[in-house]
Design a protein around this ligand. Sequence first.
Ligand SMILES: [Zn+2]
Length: 166
Amino acid sequence: MNKRKTPHPKKRKPVAKQAPRKRHSLAPRGAVQTQFEFGSDGVYYDLQAIFDRLNKRYFRNRLRHYTIKWARKRSRKPARYIVFGCIQEEDREIRINRLLDRDFVPWWYVEYVVFHEMLHAIVPDEFDGSGRRRIHHERFLARERRYRNFKAATAWETENLGRFLR
Ligand SMILES: [Zn+2]
């Protein structure tokens, strides 16, 4: 049973269209069946290569026996928010939204999304006074900022998120 059922509330200011920004979630187990899955090698980006590079550079290869793959949510409705990545700790599986495997998406943005998911495998969740799980806590965010293209990636996200929500 995956205890991480809470979708991630990303507490950042909404972008254009006032769309709620859910860049990311820890998917509950049931979500798997509603996704199309692909391998790690996309048209533009090879997730395994990105994972291996980040694992070596930032995590001293501590993430072992993980699989990473492109996935796409089955949805007919126009998206109000978008989930770019998720991690399932119980399966050691990271899924990245295939919408990012596009030519206009910079490699360092894809890398940032993968880095963010990998960080969840390393930095434990915290609980506040009322027992509420906090996923993107200060310690997590501080560590996230160490990603080499953090500023460029978050700026790009703010600028371009609307293109994915149409
Ligand atoms: Zn997260």
